[in-house]
Ligand binder design. Structure first.
Ligand SMILES: [Zn+2]
Length: 389
C-alpha cells in the first residue's frame, strides 16, 4: 500500500526520499516480556516529500492499525527540564490569551497530565478527550474526560481554548483532522487553538534519523503547518519554535474568510526541497559514522547503555539492532521499569541500576538532557564516555 496523494493538501506531486526497512510498528506500548517485544510486527517506512505544500509523511503508513485506543506510556513529566518547559509554555498561554478561570480543552490528552497542569495554573476547568484515557488516572474535580475520538459534537463544549500537543504527528489524514475541528467550531471565532508537534526541519538538517519511527506518520515544518491551518479555515496568531528548536508551536483561531497572514519562520517549498536533497546525501554518512562508533565500542568490549526510552531509542536502535551491542535502556519513568523495548527486546532499567552495572559508554537520546544526566551519573560515581544525539 502506498499513499499516492498528500494527506495534507491532496497533491500527487510526491517524491519518496528515505526508506527504513523493518521498523517496529509500536514504540510506545508497554511490553512485559522479551518474546512479546521481539514479536512486535515490523513494517517499512518511506518518507515522501510533497512538492505542493512541503509536507513530509510516511507514504507506506498502514492506516488500518489502530494506534489510538491502546494504552501507552508517554509521560515525560519525570524530567525537571521538561516540567520547566511545560510550565513555562502553559503560563505564557494563560497570560497571553487571558485564560485565568476559563475552560480549557485538550484533544489527545493521553493520561491527562498536561490538562491537569494547565487547570492547576489557570484555576478554571478542563476537558480532556482521548480514546486511550485511563479512567481514574486524574482525580482533579475540575477535570472532565471523554474517552473517545474528537468529533463534531465536541465543538459545542464550553471551551475557550483548545490545545493538542504531540498528536498531529500520529495522524495520517492531517487535512481531514484540522477540517473536522474547524467544522465543529462553526462561527465561534473567539476560541484559541494551540498545537505543539515535533518539527521536521531540524530532523532534515542534522539527519536526526532517531526521530523517524513508525508511529509518527506526519512530519511538519513551519511552512507546511501554516499552509495546512490556512487552507482549513484558521487565522494564525503565532508560529514559533521552542524546546531547543525541536518543537513547533502554533496558535490560531477559526476564521470566517480565508486568512493570508503569514510568518517569517515559514520556509518556502523550494527551501525545504533543498533540505530534503541535502538530507539524502548526509544521512548515509551519519548512519555509517554511528555504525563505526558502535562497532568500535563492541570490539573493545565496552558496556554500553542508551539513556532515554520511548520512541527515540526505538528509532535509533532499529538501525543497529544487528550489532547487538546494547543490553539496557535507561529511563527515569518508573512505569517503564522492567518493560522491554518493542521490536528490540532489550530491557528498560531505572538510573539507579547503573550504580552497579557501571556502563563504560552512555548514549543519550536527547542532547537537551545531557547536563542533567551527566550530573546524575557522576553523583552515582559512574564516569562513562558520553555520546549525545
Ligand atoms: Zn501536500
Amino acid at each position: 500500500m502506498i499513499h499516492e496523494n498528500c494527506p495534507n493538501c491532496g497533491s500527487t506531486k510526491i517524491e519518496g526520499f528515505f526508506k527504513i526497512k523493518n521498523a517496529p510498528i509500536f514504540s510506545l506500548v508497554t511490553v512485559k516480556s522479551q518474546q512479546e517485544a521481539l514479536n512486535v510486527p515490523r513494517k517499512d517506512i518511506e518518507l515522501g516529500f510533497c512538492h505542493s505544500c512541503g509536507f513530509v509523511f510516511n507514504r507506506l503508513f498502514d492506516t488500518s492499525i489502530d494506534f489510538f485506543t491502546m494504552g501507552y506510556e508517554d509521560q515525560q513529566g519525570f524530567s525537571t527540564t521538561f516540567m520547566k518547559y511545560l510550565k513555562k509554555i502553559s503560563e505564557d498561554l494563560i497570560q497571553k490569551y487571558d485564560l485565568k478561570g476559563k475552560t480549557l480543552l485538550e484533544i489527545g490528552c493521553g493520561k491527562g497530565d498536561f490538562i491537569n497542569l494547565l487547570v492547576e495554573l489557570n484555576e478554571g476547568k478542563g476537558i480532556g478527550i482521548d480514546p486511550a484515557y485511563e479512567e481514574g488516572r486524574q482525580n482533579n474535580p475540575n477535570l472532565t474526560f471523554y474517552k473517545e475520538f474528537y468529533k463534531t459534537d465536541h465543538g459545542k463544549l464550553p471551551a475557550d481554548f483548545i490545545c493538542c500537543r504531540h498528536t498531529l504527528e500520529h495522524i495520517h489524514g492531517t487535512q481531514a483532522f484540522l477540517q473536522l475541528i474547524r467544522d465543529s467550531l462553526g462561527n465561534q471565532t473567539n476560541k484559541i487553538i494551540f498545537f505543539e508537534i515535533p518539527q521536521i526541519t531540524r530532523i532534515l538538517e542534522v539527519q536526526a534519523f532517531w526521530d523517524i519511527y513508525y508511529e509518527h506518520c506526519s512530519y511538519f515544518s513551519a511552512g507546511s503547518l501554516a499552509r495546512l491551518f490556512r487552507s482549513t479555515g484558521y487565522e494564525i496568531l503565532d508560529l514559533r519554535l521552542d524546546y531547543n528548536d525541536q518543537y513547533l508551536l502554533i496558535e490560531a483561531r477559526p476564521a470566517l474568510t480565508k486568512s493570508t497572514r503569514g510568518f517569517p519562520i515559514e520556509e518556502s517549498i523550494e527551501e525545504q526541497k533543498k533540505r530534503v536533497d541535502n538530507f539524502k546525501i548526509k544521512i548515509r554518512e551519519q548512519l555509517e559514522d554511528w555504525r563505526k562508533n558502535l562497532t568500535a565500542l563492541k570490539a573493545k568490549g565496552k558496556k554500553t547503555v542508551v539513556w532515554g526510552g520511548g520512541s527515540k531509542s526505538v528509532g535509533f536502535l532499529t538501525n543497529f539492532a544487528d550489532l547487538d551491542l546494547i543490553e539496557f535502556v535507561v529511563d527515569i519513568n518508573p512505569h517503564m521499569e522492567n518493560n522491554y523495548i518493542p521490536g528490540i527486546g532489550k530491557k528498560y532499567v531505572q538510573p539507579g541500576f547503573l550504580k552497579d552495572y557501571k556502563p563504560e559508554a552512555v548514549i543519550i537520546m536527547n542532547g537537551i538532557y545531557k547536563d542533567e544526566i551527566t550530573k546524575t551519573l557522576h553523583e552515582m560515581d559512574v564516569f562513562p564516555e558520553i555520546y549525545a544525539l
